[in-house]
Design a protein around this ligand. Structure first.
Ligand SMILES: Nc1ncnc2c1ncn2[C@@H]1O[C@H](COP(=O)(O)OP(=O)(O)O)[C@@H](O)[C@H]1O
Ligand SMILES: [Mg+2]
Length: 426
């Protein structure tokens, strides 16, 4: 089989790496890929947003299955385009991807179905939004409706910040069209957990849990990033929460989609806030998480390919897909970023030590913002690498990941030293 993976981050390298291990996979293309995917497949110089270009490539090269990484390709309707061209693709349609691409759509569906989530209002006029803030207790959370590269959520500690944020989003177009409408919601306290489910339209199967670290600096301080590290399994999840998750979240969600005549096929990843009274949905994502994928897939022993196929074919409940085998060992991934990220940063820095780090037992290096120039691998993005390690305990996995990190060097490398440190992650 020939597979095309769309995207060029650590998640896509992990997907390509895992799919490459499937006995039926002969060739893997990545568009646009990175220096890591180039080592296991062939990079194709087509951007993840050039949908007609991707359709053309898949047709001309007789690609058997395309797997989509990034949210914006899904929101732009890549799955609908591929399906119209009779091409097999893994991911939700544009209509189903609205669960992620419109926080208002998701919120309304949750309200209709009684899915536990933060109390919220949705607004397109700033004065209405402000009046609603007054009814909540500060801090309040203000969210741009649309996709905003993970920067569209602001936690406003007081009325002044709420006022300026709402004004910037709705009236000044700080996030363009994505912020013209906003969700204002109550601030939830607790710890976060990422769930990943393969949803085949009617049924679903859960993958292992994970937790990520979104803030740039240690102790969960600094601005939000795409994610600075993750670990799996989550230490705040249990059988009771899982039971509740099936009954109060996934069941009603699928019912709500069905009522709207929307079929969701693909990876659904709800972000949850867990507090004393259970799990509540912060948001729905419609694709694999980054960097969660970099800790979930190294723990998956089963072949990923038949699971993706069963999801597309509405057969995730079939015996073939029914049991996913997992490595019981925990995994930790540490993201190495360019100094300055998520703000301004320089690229083109030479990376050394990748070979030495990869020699360590149980270590897997996933590339994100990297590219090869002649014999050198250089940085080309904000998040550069994700260094994953498995270990007999979380502490062992963590120690091994940091041992690998210590062998890798590039100018202005920034990473958090407290990934998967249990303090503060009760
Ligand atoms: N209601 C809330 N209460 C507390 N924290 C929140 C709330 N909503 C979002 N957050 C925080 O903001 C982060 C980003 O919000 P999220 O809804 O996941 O949007 P996105 O991932 O699209 O930026 C969450 O991971 C969480 O840390
Ligand atoms: Mg999120």
């Amino acid at each position: 089989m020939k597979i095309l993976v769309i995207g060029g981050g650590g998640r896509e390298h992990a997907l390509a790496w895992k799919l490459k291990q499937s006995p039926r996979v002969e060739r893997i293309f990545c568009a646009p890929g990175n220096a890591g995917t180039a080592e296991i497949g062939e990079n194709v110089a087509i951007s993840a947003s050039d949908l007609p270009g991707l359709v053309r490539f898949a047709k001309e090269n007789r690609v058997d299955l395309t797997v989509v990484g990034p949210d914006d390709s899904l929101a732009a309707g890549i799955v609908d385009l591929f399906a119209a061209a009779d091409l097999r693709i893994f991911g939700p349609t544009k209509a189903a991807a609205r669960l992620e691409s419109s926080k208002i759509f998701a919120k309304e569906l949750m309200r209709e179905q009684g899915i536990p989530t933060a109390q919220a209002g949705t607004f397109e006029r700033s004065d209405d939004a402000l009046r609603f803030c007054d009814r909540l207790r500060f801090p309040v959370v203000i969210k741009a409706d649309g996709l905003a590269l993970g920067k569209g959520v602001i936690i406003a500690p007081d009325c002044a910040v709420a006022r300026s944020t709402i004004d910037e989003m709705i009236n000044q177009g700080r996030f363009g069209e994505a912020g013209r409408r906003v969700v204002v919601e109550e601030f939830l306290r607790g710890t976060e957990c990422s769930l990943h489910a393969l949803v085949d339209g009617a049924n679903y199967r859960l993958l292992q849990t994970a937790r990520d670290h979104k803030r740039a600096f240690e102790g969960d301080t600094g601005p939000n990033t795409g994610g600075m590290g993750a670990f799996s399994p989550a230490n705040n999840w249990n059988a009771e929460l899982e039971d509740q998750f099936h009954k109060k979240i996934m069941g009603p969600l699928l019912r709500g989609l069905h009522e709207k005549r929307i079929t969701f096929r693909g990876l659904l990843y709800p972000g949850l806030m867990i507090s004393a009274d259970g799990a509540r949905v912060l948001e729905f994502n419609c694709r694999f998480g980054d960097p969660e994928t970099q800790v979930i897939l190294p723990r998956m022993k089963s072949d990923l390919l038949p699971l993706l196929e069963a999801t597309i074919d509405g057969k995730i409940d079939s015996p073939k897909a029914s049991s996913i085998e997992w490595d019981r060992r925990p995994a930790v991934t540490v993201v190495l970023a360019s100094g300055g990220y998520p703000g301004k940063y320089e690229t083109g820095k030479s990376i050394s030590g990748l070979g030495k780090a990869a020699e360590l037992d149980g270590v897997q290096i996933f590339h994100a913002g990297t590219k090869r120039i002649n014999s050198e691998i250089v940085t080309s993005g904000g998040r550069v690498l994700a260094i994953t390690a498995l270990g007999s305990t979380l502490e062992a996995a963590r120690a091994r990941a940091y041992e690998a990190v210590s062998r890798i060097h590039f100018e202005n490398c920034h990473y958090r030293r407290d990934i998967a440190l249990s303090a503060g992650y009760g």
